[in-house]
Design a protein around this ligand. Sequence first.
Ligand code: P6P
Length: 339
Amino acid sequence: MSKITTLNEFILDRQAEFPFATGELSRLLSDVAVASKIVSNDVRRAGLVDHILGAQGETNIQGEEQQKLDVVADEQFIKMFRFGGEVCGIASEENDDFMAFEDEQSKKGNYVVLFDPLDGSSNIDVNVSIGTIFSIYRRVSPAGSSATIADMLQEGVKQVAAGYVLYGSSTMLVYTTGHGVNGFTLDPAIGEYCLSHPNMKMPETSRLYSMNEGNIDISHPGIQEYIKYCQGEEKATGRPYSGRYIGSLVADFHRSLIKGGIYIYPAVPSSPKGKLRLLYECNPLAFIAEQAGGLATTGYERIMEIKPTELHQRVPYIVGSKKMVQQVLNCIQQADSRN
Ligand code: P6P
């Protein structure tokens, strides 16, 4: 049995890899981990909320209004960042505008965090895995001042760290600081994240594709062509492809990271710019994907090179195994050249 490496040990061991290695980013990553443990505990009790602990909008015996779990998660992460001392501001899927923390300690913080506190939360009611996604940047505004929108609207290539927490059959935290991808599984017996998936690499190809089948016929002809190829009859080289779509981005992405695969959420008439959010869904997972050997694109440009223009902007999203993404790009290019 090998030695258990906890997340905190791992972060400290690797601290020298961080630019500006003053321990600030290490503490921030530890803050993310602590907040996620609290959210994990809430998620594990979610099934009790409506039926035993009271439905959203009702007040509990303390007279506190029962909140939706994604609001609870959002407030938990914001509280952790606000009082952690490393973060001068945040942007979250749950809040229309970004938040600049105005206390003097926070204004000295060198980082901003953009996050989706509980992506796929509509799956809670059916007990399907959900996740937290986070993206960390160094601020561009002067230390000591209030965070600005410019701190939030940075290209994905400027992320200093990114990751996700998957509340699945176990709770896993997967992150990168630009030096590879590592996965940690929460051991509830000791309350620690333990290194379970060191140096994660996304297989270059796979027979798993992940797309809402209802979108296929209304998406780009090149994407239609690719999916039809995947759904084609028995391939001479082996079993046909399999469709796997959980409807929870973090769970679908994590499977691609482990087993290989491709996740596609294209522009469709109901979401002409795509459904997924660039800043706190697509960029952080793109950073993970690229660090693990995969690719992430809109179909026309690298996700992490997009210059953001607004906090909640959406983009078409194709992410996963390198050879599968390249094949989709070829299909898109060929379809465009035929038009
Ligand atoms: P659809 C969840 O709402 C989410 O943002 C992702 O987690 C998920 O992959 C996608 O939307 C599902 O969207 O339109 O297929 O239900």
